[in-house]
Design a protein around this ligand. Sequence first.
Ligand code: UN1
Length: 509
Amino acid sequence: MTEEELKTLGIKSENPGTSIGSKWFTHKETILSSSPTNGKPIASVERTSRTEYEKVIKEAEKAKLIWRDIPAPKRGEIIRQLGEKLRETKPTLGKLVSYEMGKSYQEGLGEVQEMIDICDFAVGISRQLYGNTIHSERPGHRMYDQYHPLGIVGIITAFNFPVAVWAWNSALALVCGNVVVWKPSEKTPLCALACQHILADILKSNKLPEGISSLITGDAEVGTWLSKDSRIPLVSATGSTRMGRQVATTVAERFGKTLLELGGNNAIIVTPNADLKMTIIGAVFGAVGTAGQRCTSTRRLIVHENIYDKVRKSLVEAYKQIKIGDPLDTQHHMGPLIDVDAVQIYLNALAKIKEQGGKILVEGSVLNGKGYESGCYVRPVIAEVENHFDIVQEETFAPILYLIKYAGDVNKAIDLQNDVRQGLSSAIMTTNIREAEVFLSQNGSDCGIANVNIGTSGAEIGGAFGGEKETGGGRESGSDAWKVYMRRQTNTINYTTSLPLAQGITFDL
Ligand code: UN1
């Protein structure tokens, strides 16, 4: 990625890291963002200081009073403009996502497309913030419920989807009448800068208060400021279960709300009735896409014993075709892991698989030599394991696919699939309607996402996104997920001259 291209996204070699709209603050402490594709530094970003943080929240508090009075469809118009701008910026922003985070260029473009899609969706939602009307039990009374903005929404995002998850949250939070303060992962601050520049320009050209969208940068400590801050009624956090637990308990202590989208341990069940060609493509993309660093990545393949050998053979063959290298070169299927720490986590997991009795079918290793200088490129792994192994119960953010055999009917596979602490995404490959319906029933998958004949990753924005158990219970993106960004109010109006009490209670003076 060239300096010229970065400049079009508002990124210089040294950048301030705190902004209230298009006002940027500068001070000394910086984060250096390097590309995992080649190990080269891209640019630095300054960390947010506590004083800057206070300024950000003060401005956000002022801006929220103005923004919430703007009619929702007019707020939608701003998000429409954001979607338009993202359409124009898609090639370069997609490239930056790929360059700073390491996912393939195709997936970088796909991520920007998710932003555009959620903008379109949010524009529609801005005219559909519906409540119910309710028939009162009392004569001459009318009841309804309505939704009001919460105020400031804090957004904490992870490195793996450095732009889309911000857009899911911001587009909805903003049309709902909230202002947003974003703390992106310190591993991908430049993607955040680029997004903030785009939105800030739109706010400015529409003469709206800068405090509607702010950016703060730094590590977990900066995230804690948001969690502890009772001026922030909702903190939406995406990342590890460990991070989510901290955010959840800190925010709960002050009775704030959280929207948590945490780890997954996603499985595909492959029954004897599966279409095997689709299964292999779905499983391989699910396991190696984004180098196994999606929260929806396929981690476990639960395969019926009758077709197990066939599936295993086809998978091993398919893994031989995977080309690993610079993600901006579209010939490659898989790019690097985010950094060398992630490589270490991958290596530790491989050691644990062996220790705990797993059998490696496709060996892993760290690649070196020309094109792999960053030290972040690894080979994707397939291991035969048992579901109860400690390492299988954990989410390892790396391209490691576990093969697990099951015998008996589909319920046996569902038990295995559900027997983990996480509950994000799940899938079944079957052409048998009975198996599919059992999987989707109350006795089936316990995940927030359950798919038939598609893989675990790559959800569309139109559905609510999130999961159960240690995944945190939150729902972002489509369907009625917008409701979490609003406070709900029940209204009862009496248009008579008497005051009847509910439940038939009489009270006379
Ligand atoms: C994430 O990994 O945090 O379903 C989000 C998917 C993408 C979003 C993943 N649409 O894989």
